[in-house]
Every structure is written in structure tokens, then in C-alpha cells.
Design a binder for this molecule. Structure first.
Ligand SMILES: NC(=O)c1ccc[n+]([C@@H]2O[C@H](COP(=O)([O-])OP(=O)(O)OC[C@H]3O[C@@H](n4cnc5c(N)ncnc54)[C@H](O)[C@@H]3O)[C@@H](O)[C@H]2O)c1
Length: 399
């Protein structure tokens, strides 16, 4: 791997640590086998020799992952899962929409901006020089509001598309050659058929979706020309909160919030008088839009499986592209009804006109991820997803 020659800068923010890392395991295994509990060595490099005996004995490789956007909802959940499994997560976030108070325990964090390629290179090269290189990048950092992108497309292309280019250039210079990219159902636009397969037409109806599709298109060439191995995961509507032995640990806390489930739960908590339903004249059974809700823990599982799958691929093989959804559609009214059942609150609704660019139905076919990654979502019922979101919502506001 070429070294960019970039010297580590003393000025780089230190690796702040929320809690001291469990560093008994070497994070430098090149093999990204993340599934714990079975022998995992396949084609290990000399780094293997550095793995402490105790870890080798357990047949487990721990990995070191650079997590952009890890102070946000999904990146934070995945980082927490990584650290709970003994891996090392280094979060990189500008905290514009991230939450310092919700940083997962055990993860390190660096405050920084994607566009700052020099800082990214410094981080990657210092890690290399310390013989603790990153094994992969999980790239969650993005602006995520489709509605806002219709008002200010430029900030979406700069932040999401140009920001990712800066990250990719830093990776080429001295970073890891594996990437998991957070893509979105918004790359499809108005679907021609339901459920949506990965090879469906890609025609975003807003700049947010376009900014992500442009990244997917760049990645094709970075793979072909530079051998960057990547998986592009197209999430549908991510919801719910991660549960641990002591209850829910983290869930959605977007500010401003535009996602349906937390908005409905705001009503149940008395923070809003009613929930606005945009259009009840769609060609769906109850007239409201139908969406596919995927639990954030199931989504997190898919990232670990995708990392593992990447490891088994050669640079010449085509990249991995997967829809991540529940495969079941729920209307806005289904979600409101579920929240009424879960919270016991009447949740008044107000009907508003349709919003431009809202497709009637968006439901994923996730059979490819289930078949190839052996991914098995556990939260398939809507009430279960809403239940965890409700537990989190109450906890969040009590805190
Ligand atoms: N939440 C969903 O339902 C959903 C659906 C489809 C796709 N996605 C994708 O998943 C990813 C994570 O979404 P989320 O819901 O966790 O969003 P989020 O807003 O909670 O997290 C995004 C994080 O990225 C950080 N960030 C943004 N731009 C940055 C930059 N230039 N430099 C450094 N940090 C930056 C923000 O501060 C924030 O902490 C995004 O890429 C989003 O497009 C989310």
C-alpha cells in the first residue's frame, strides 16, 4: 500500500475515548471475519503474528473500523454494536447533526469534516505508522433530509457527494481499501414495480437521492480502477432503537426530526398536538403512503455481514449492492395505529395535501441480502419496531 508521505499532525484532535478501550485484542487483522464464536482465520497476513495469544486461542479476529457519521443515529448504533463485539470503532463526525451526549461507550471519536481530506489522510497515515491501520471504513456521514435537498441542493452535492470524494481520495492515499457505503431507497425514485429489486431503474426524484447515486457511480470506477472493495447498502426507512440487557440504549434523535415514527411518538409524549398525514388519496388500501420500515439493529447486523462478505471478495469481482428493508409495506395509518396500540395514546391526525415527490409505495425486496449475506431481520412486526422506538423516546426525554 503506498504511503502518502503525510506526516501525522500534532494538531489533529486526539483520539478522545468515551471509555477506555478494551484493547486486549489486536485490531490489525486483515481478515475481516466479524462473526464471533467460530474459527475465522482464512487468509491472514503477517499481522496475525501480532495477535495476542489469548485472541488467537479464541479464534477471533478483532478489527478496527473508521466510522464516519458515527455520532448520528445509525452510525452510532453500528459503532456501539462493533465495540460490544470487541472491535475498535473510531468515529469521525462534524457533530452538525450528531450528538456528543449519545456517543457510544467504548468508541473513540474525532471531530472533523469529510471535506478536510488532509486531516483524513493524517488519521489514516498515523494509524499505519503506529502499525494499527484501519481495516475498513463505514461511511454514514451525510445530510439526510430529502425535503431540505429540494430547497438547497448545493449543500447536498457538496456534503454528500464531494465529501465522499474527499474520503475516497484519502483512502487511496493511505487508508483502508474497503468501504461500506450508506445508500438509500431514494436512489430509485418512483418505482416501476414493487417490491423494488436492486436492478430497478435508478432515477432519484430529489437531490438527496441524486447525491447518493452519484457516490454509487463514483464507487464503480474507484473499484474498477483502484481496486477499492465496497458494498453499497440501500436502506429503506430505518426505525426503532437498539435493545441491550439493560433496556434500550440508543435510538433516533434527529434534529430537526422528519421521520414518521419519532414524530408520531412526539404526539404521544405531548410534544406535538397531532400527526400530519400528507395525502390520503394515494392508490393504496387506506389512501396513505406505504413504506418499508427496517429496525436499526437488523440494519446494523447487515453491516457486519457485508464487511465479512467484502473480505471474501477479490478486487476484480463486482461490488456488493443490497437493499435493506423489511420486505413488508406499512401505510402511514398502519404506523399511527401501531403507535396507538403501543403507547395507549389516541394520537390525533390531521390530513394535509400530498408532498411533491412522495411515491405512493416504497417497499424493498431484500431477498438478495438474505440469500447472499444470510441476513435475517429479527424485527419483522411493526409493533415491535414501534415498541423499541417508544421505549427510547420516553427514555430520551426523561433524560
Ligand atoms: N435514517 C434513515 O432512515 C436512512 C434511510 C436511508 C439512508 N440513510 C443513510 O444513513 C446514513 C446515516 O443516517 P442517520 O439517520 O444516522 O443520520 P444522522 O443525521 O443521524 O447521522 C449522520 C451523521 O453524519 C454527520 N455528518 C454529516 N455530514 C458530515 C460531514 N461532512 N463530515 C463529518 N460528519 C458529517 C452528522 O453530524 C451526523 O452525526 C446517512 O448516510 C443516510 O443518508 C438513512
Amino acid at each position: 500500500m503506498p504511503n502518502s508521505g503525510v506526516k501525522p499532525q500534532p494538531g489533529i484532535p486526539l483520539f478522545d475515548t468515551v471509555h477506555p478501550l478494551r484493547r486486549q485484542a489486536s485490531p490489525t487483522g486483515r481478515n475481516l471475519a466479524l462473526r464471533l464464536g467460530r474459527p475465522l482465520f482464512r487468509h491472514c497476513s503477517s499481522y496475525r503474528l501480532k495477535v495476542p495469544q489469548t485472541v488467537v486461542e479464541r479464534g477471533i479476529f478483532f478489527v478496527k473500523i473508521f466510522v464516519t457519521g458515527g455520532a448520528g443515529y445509525i452510525g452510532g448504533t453500528v459503532s456501539q454494536m462493533l465495540t460490544e463485539k470487541g472491535h475498535e470503532a473510531v468515529i469521525f463526525d462534524n457533530f452538525r447533526h450528531g450528538r456528543r451526549d449519545l456517543l457510544p461507550s467504548g468508541a473513540q471519536f474525532i471531530a472533523g469534516e469529510l471535506a478536510d481530506r488532509q486531516t483524513l489522510e493524517n488519521i489514516f497515515s498515523s494509524a499505519r505508522q503506529n502499525l494499527q491501520p484501519f481495516d475498513a471504513v463505514l461511511h454514514f456521514a451525510a445530510l439526510i433530509e430529502a425535503g431540505e435537498s429540494m430547497q438547497r441542493p448545493e449543500i447536498y452535492f457538496r456534503n454528500n457527494t464531494a465529501g465522499t470524494l474527499s474520503l475516497l481520495e484519502a483512502m487511496l492515499a493511505c487508508g483502508p481499501r474497503r468501504l461500506i457505503f450508506s445508500s438509500t431507497a431514494a436512489v430509485y425514485g418512483e418505482p416501476e414495480s414493487i417490491p423494488i429489486e436492486e436492478d430497478a431503474r435508478l432515477e432519484p426524484t430529489n437531490p438527496y437521492g441524486q447525491s447518493k447515486l452519484l457516490v454509487e457511480q463514483m464507487l464503480v470506477w474507484f473499484n474498477r480502477i483502484h481496486g477499492i472493495k465496497y458494498a453499497s447498502l440501500r436502506y429503506f426507512n430505518v426505525a426503532g432503537a437498539r435493545e441491550g440487557p439493560n433496556g434500550v440504549t440508543r435510538g433516533e434523535a434527529h434534529e430537526p426530526e422528519s421521520h414518521l415514527i419519532p414524530l408520531i411518538l412526539d404526539v404521544a409524549l405531548g410534544h406535538r398536538p397531532s400527526i400530519r398525514i400528507y395525502g390520503d388519496d394515494y392508490p393504496t388500501p387506506d389512501g396513505t403512503c406505504i413504506r418499508d420500515y427496517i429496525h436499526v439493529s437488523d440494519l446494523a447486523d447487515a453491516h457486519l455481514l457485508a464487511l465479512d462478505a467484502l473480505d471474501e471478495r477479490t478486487e476484480k469481482q463486482p461490488p456488493l449492492i443490497y437493499n435493506l428493508g423489511n420486505g413488508r409495506g406499512f401505510s402511514v395509518r398502519d404506523v399511527v395505529s401501531s403507535a396507538r396500540r403501543v403507547t395507549g395514546h389516541p394520537i390525533p391526525e390531521v390530513i394535509e395535501p400530498r408532498r411533491p415527490g412522495d411515491p405512493a409505495i416504497l417497499v424493498a425486496s431484500s431477498t438478495k441480502a438474505m440469500r447472499e449475506l444470510r441476513w435475517k431481520p429479527r424485527y419483522t412486526g411493526l409493533d415491535d419496531i414501534v415498541r423499541t422506538a417508544w421505549l427510547w423516546h420516553q427514555k430520551r426525554y426523561r433524560a
